[in-house]
Design a protein around this ligand. Structure first.
Ligand SMILES: [Zn+2]
Length: 417
């Protein structure tokens, strides 16, 4: 059984900080389908459209009939552990620092045998396991075999934690505690065992609804943070930057306007100033400090979450300028992801549909409850996924966008949404 994680000891400031290393990145182009699914927490394998063969590892053609029609299909992942081994030696720097490392050969019920990283709670040869795909620190899909039934503290497995960004015993910055969504995210992080949560509020002279509850929470430290002010961002980076393990950037400005429903550019600028430039300011200050701590022991810097919007994929004209600011933030977030990857720090993009808040009062249901958004953020960290689309609306629009981006654009532009 995995021993529950204990609070890591204070870091000895004299010891050098270990530089981040990455697992081997080389994969074939055919394997990108596995990575694309794993980025969303799914386990998919190539399934031959002609003979039905499920194959692994990914290839350009079916191993049985040489067909090139190989769509990716989600797999349940059940299987039998055939053999296991403990690696005691590796020529690869990443694994050498983490030995011993447990690997297993699993015969999947859907057909192929796979080599997988083995969770500590999996039994020996002959045991039933369930295989899932996760992203490693280099952003590539790997397979992990889990015990068939959940076990207590299974998230604390040290091997598994190399693939996830579990908030347990980690220090988190949540950029805006003023909103219901921000407060729900803080509560979810507390429940997930975060060690310390800094919560930004842009107008420290104002007490907002929920302020007292935040102030009473022992894990919470409120701090003034205004993403539109470079000096404010620099100050918090100097104060806490060296200790932040996870950033949750949920600060946003949202005004329900299109182009012709409001004259001038003032509201659109306010949105851009927080949703896009705010992310840029924060990333310029915090990202370099976090990158240096990408391999800093049990609780290293591990993730950066951006709460975007499903409107980042296609413009929703009644909220047109907001959509544009989120599209800009998505593009910048992809840049941040590329820059954080060498340090093994994951950038997670969250694409909620309309959240049940004051700016969506006129949006018809279903709307995403702030608590559901918060759950999605914490689950994404625990599962180590990159892209999350919480809620029915986001899921439906994602499916349509995948099917045909033009169709979604048209549909969102139709009168009445
Ligand atoms: Zn085939």
């Amino acid at each position: 059984m995995v021993q529950p994680l204990t609070r890591p000891p204070r870091k000895n400031p004299i010891l050098r900080t270990r530089l981040p290393t990455l697992p081997p990145p080389g994969r074939s182009r055919a394997a990108l389908g596995l990575t694309a699914a794993a980025a969303e927490g799914r386990f998919a394998l190539q399934t031959c459209r002609d003979c039905g063969c499920v194959q692994y590892p990914p290839r350009e053609a079916c191993q049985q009939c040489l067909s090139e029609r190989l769509p990716w299909r989600d797999q349940p992942g059940g299987g039998e552990l055939l053999a296991q081994t403990n690696l005691a030696h590796s020529n690869d720097l990443f694994f050498r620092e983490r030995l011993p490392w447990r690997l297993g050969l699993v015969h999947l019920d859907c057909g192929p045998p796979v080599v997988a990283h083995l969770h500590a709670d999996c039994g020996g040869a002959g045991a039933r396991v369930r295989v899932g795909a996760r992203l490693d620190r280099a952003g590539q899909a790997v397979l992990i075999a889990f015990p068939e039934q959940d076990t207590p503290d299974m998230a604390d497995d040290i091997q598994l934690r190399e693939f996830t960004c579990d908030p347990r015993f980690r220090k988190v910055l949540v950029t805006d505690g003023k909103t219901a969504a921000g407060q729900a995210i803080v509560a979810a992080l507390v429940a997930a065992g975060a060690d310390l949560i800094w919560v930004g509020h842009s107008e420290p002279w104002k007490r907002f609804a929920g302020f007292d509850a935040l102030e009473r929470t022992p894990q919470v430290a409120l701090l003034p943070l205004d993403l539109t002010d470079a000096k404010s961002v620099r100050e918090i980076s100097a104060e806490i930057g060296g200790r932040v393990d996870i950033v949750v950037n949920n600060a946003e400005v949202h005004r329900p306007y299109g182009i012709s429903t409001r004259p001038g550019t003032e509201a659109a600028r306010a949105e851009m100033d927080v949703n896009y430039f705010g992310l840029l300011r924060l990333a310029q200050e915090l990202a370099p400090v976090m990158r240096a701590r990408g391999a800093d022991g049990q609780s290293s810097a591990t993730a950066w979450v951006n709460v975007l919007s499903i409107y980042a994929l296609a413009n929703f004209p009644p909220h047109g300028t907001f959509s544009a600011s989120k599209a800009a933030a998505l593009s910048l977030s992809q840049c941040l992801r590329a820059e954080m990857r060498p340090a093994g720090i994951r950038v997670v993009n969250v694409f909620p549909g309309p959240v049940d808040d004051e700016w969506n009062q006129l949006t018809p249901p279903p709307k995403l409850a702030p608590a559901a958004l918060a759950r999605a953020v914490v689950e994404a960290l625990r599962d180590g996924v990159e892209d999350v689309y919480p809620g029915d609306v986001a899921q439906e629009w994602l499916a349509r966008w995948r099917d045909n981006p033009k169709a979604l654009e048209r549909e969102l532009a139709a009168p009445g949404g």
